[in-house]
Design a protein around this ligand. Sequence first.
Ligand SMILES: Nc1ncnc2c1ncn2[C@@H]1O[C@H](COP(=O)(O)OP(=O)(O)OP(=O)(O)O)[C@@H](O)[C@H]1O
Ligand SMILES: [Mg+2]
Length: 329
Amino acid sequence: ILNLRKDPKPPKLSNPKPFAKIITESNEMLKLLREAELHAQSDVPILITGESGTGKELLARAIHNASPRKESPFTPLNMASFSETLFDAEFFGHTKGAFTGAEKDRRGYLEYTDGGTLFLDEIGILPFELQGKLLRVLQDGEFIKLGSNKNKRVNIRFIAATNENLSEKTAQGKFRKDLYYRLNGAWLHIPPLRERKEDIPLLTNKFLREYTLKGKSSSISKEAMDVLLSHNYPGNVRELKSIIQFSVNLAQGETIKIYHLPKYVQKVKPKKHKVSKGRQTEDLPLDEVVKNHILKVYENTGRNKTKTASVLGIGLNTLRRKLSLYGVS
Ligand SMILES: Nc1ncnc2c1ncn2[C@@H]1O[C@H](COP(=O)(O)OP(=O)(O)OP(=O)(O)O)[C@@H](O)[C@H]1O
Ligand SMILES: [Mg+2]
């Protein structure tokens, strides 16, 4: 893996199909996918880290589908959804009469997933006590059903994911060290979208095709794409996806322009846009900045006064007055 990381050219996947849903042309991502494909062949536990919306679950599913376990269940479990009282019954299952209300035998997620892959999402949230119980399953593949006194064995591949800094949590004593090292058999970190901007046009086009309204086509203007390229995406790919869905709805088959993007995205200043004569905005008098901005929006809306006024949040008459002042009408 070490020289894999040094290789400037991304390695090819030997079987790209399981990873086909992961759209990327970033070198770093392609190397990551190749690593994932190699680890998929074994049962090594995998820890996937990355900000919210970077595609951790998508990657976990791809690894499962690329693995010899692909015909067995892939079970995603969000650790945030377990209360301590529910955990045992849901995770390990229970026998009939194990507790009040246990009217019949119940298979837990472990038994259900036997032979497959268990995806432990938001692992950082799991309470300390439950971490111990999980560790035991990871170590020996053994557990005891509630109400039973027999050990059961399962054969499960574990993939965990988190958007927290787990090694920091471990150092602070908030996450069990032994469990951390167990889970972290292989570590795959998905970089945030803002660090792989080359993926933005690619993903935009994919989502455009996905959300295109029936009988309409969709495309996006260069200016709007510049805005998308300058946005910083705290919600990563999930955020870009919902921005495109929103814009496709507003554009109604027209080319997507800046004013079709959600307002909070429009506020981003495209980095490529230079203010007149190369002077920085900071050096300009306010009137000039206002003028540049109004004219830019006016151009971006295809010289549509109603849309420009609405984007700027000013009245149509105010806009008309300003435009004639600038000698534009
Ligand atoms: N590279 C990608 N190509 C195509 N779609 C992607 C990509 N990355 C993420 N997505 C899409 O973005 C959305 C979020 O992905 P996913 O749920 O896997 O993220 P996550 O990292 O698990 O997020 P969270 O931390 O919030 O749970 C999904 O709809 C997924 O299909
Ligand atoms: Mg997720």
